[in-house]
Design a protein around this ligand. Structure first.
Ligand SMILES: [Zn+2]
Length: 432
């Protein structure tokens, strides 16, 4: 609490001053949580009950074999038209989704950087993320909801959730039972980073549920020196960890504070945007029977620390179990959400029903046929996260076209026929 009041005092007193760079709190989740509890005192007991239910689930399901969960995501890009940079391009959103998928499936390229002593503790969390293709009204969506605002920034959103409310210049969430809502907006304060993101824990108010990212640190942007060292999209990996119930690995206190996970070594405080791998701030050998006399270094590789994006590369088995305990209790509705399974057409000149695609599932080639009066310029095949993998010119005289899919791996894709702004989309499956 001392830390919170210090930050708040500085924030309120020195708006515009350059002090924020020094008082940067990478993550505003605990500030936001404290504010929510202050406004709603009954939240503390509700959170406690959600925690208990999740822990009980974990006790009874510790050996349960997990399948892969796919979580529908909507990105709300909230921007002021007079500040075009706030309206981040689709490519940044796609790269953010890719980072989340890599980090939560441990397919990230930098797993080799996990120190050998932590290697056996690191794991594939078996959670994936897809861009929603059905909006709350049942209509097609790209999963990217662009909303204009008159606000210049949302620097106080960690304290008032302004970006999550249409009434305060942001946008209301889509139902939290079906979507992971991620707002992307400007949370810089006086032109400097203040918090890079914040999340809401399971069990809090559904009207403000989700994750908020400051746009300057959204997506994979290794070229962006100004966003360094938080420029590799891992603010989102950290915040989504909170969304699934994870705490900071130092337990937001001293060496005695817990993150409710045994296989993350204790740390006395956050590693503030550093990667000093010799840090060992607590003696785990004596304090924690789990380590059996070993005193490991602080785990700066963990996404739930405050280390640099380049330093982070792992979740532990204990963190995975904790996330799944919430995913099977308070957040269980996400497991059956169909918001990535909808019809994929956008209503244009050619009705999707008139586009015939065969064979489907396909292996090395797929043929499209459509009535000759409809003309197209281009054919694209995109994957579930919206990345274009095939892009070919289609002569407009053609009413039949075969595309070579031999380079595609097994999975679900969308084939798009494009003519100017008119697009017809069909879902295809590659199975070899
Ligand atoms: Zn955090």
């Amino acid at each position: 609490m001392k830390k919170l009041s210090t930050v708040l005092f500085l924030a309120l007193t020195f708006v515009g001053a350059n002090l924020f760079a020094q008082t940067l709190e990478k993550c505003g989740t605990m500030h936001n949580h404290a504010e929510l509890q202050k406004k709603n005192p009954s939240l503390a007991s509700k959170r406690q009950s959600v925690e208990q239910i999740a822990q009980e689930w974990l006790k009874n399901n510790s050996t349960k074999k997990m399948t892969v969960a796919t979580i529908p995501v909507v990105f709300h890009v909230v921007y002021n038209p007079s500040i075009p940079a706030q309206n981040v391009p689709d490519s940044i959103i796609y790269s953010q989704l890719q980072v989340l998928n890599d980090d939560y499936r441990r397919t990230n390229a930098d797993t080799v950087n996990t120190r050998p002593e932590f290697d056996s503790l690191a794991t594939d969390v078996q959670i994936e993320f897809c861009l929603a293709n059905v909006d709350p009204n049942g209509n097609f969506t790209t999963g990217i909801n662009r909303v204009t605002t008159t606000a210049n920034d949302f620097s106080f959103s960690p304290f008032n959730n302004a970006v999550k409310k249409t009434a305060s210049g942001g946008v209301d969430p889509w139902p939290a039972t079906d979507y992971l809502n991620i707002w992307v907006c400007d949370m810089y304060m006086g032109g400097s980073p203040f918090v890079l993101g914040y999340a809401q824990f399971p069990g809090d108010d559904p009207a403000t549920d989700g994750v908020v990212l400051t746009y300057q640190h959204t997506g994979y942007r290794p070229w962006d020196a100004a966003a360094s060292p938080a420029n590799l999209g891992r603010t989102a990996s950290h915040e989504v960890g909170h969304y699934f119930g994870l705490r900071h690995i130092w337990g937001d206190g001293d060496c005695d504070s817990t993150d409710y996970v045994t296989d993350t070594p204790n740390a006395v405080e956050a590693s503030q945007q550093i990667c000093t791998l010799t840090n060992n701030t607590c003696d785990d050998a004596i304090a924690e029977p789990y380590w059996n006399g070993w005193d490991p270094f602080d785990m700066l590789e963990n996404y739930m620390d405050y280390s640099t994006d380049a330093c982070m590369n792992m979740f532990t088995h204990g963190q995975k179990a904790r996330m799944w305990s919430f995913l099977n209790t308070d957040r269980v509705s996400l497991l059956t959400s169909t918001k990535c399974d909808g019809p994929t057409f956008i209503n244009e000149i050619l009705p999707t029903s008139s586009l015939v695609v065969y064979p489907n599932p396909a292996s090395n080639g797929i043929t499209l046929e459509w009535p000759g009066e409809f003309k197209f310029e281009r054919l694209e095949v995109v994957n579930l996260v919206g990345k274009t993998l095939i892009n070919e010119n289609v002569l407009s005289a053609y009413a039949k076209y075969t595309v070579n899919t031999s380079e595609l791996t097994n999975g679900v894709y969308f084939v798009k026929l494009v003519n100017g702004n008119n697009v017809t989309v069909k879902k295809i499956v590659i199975q070899k």
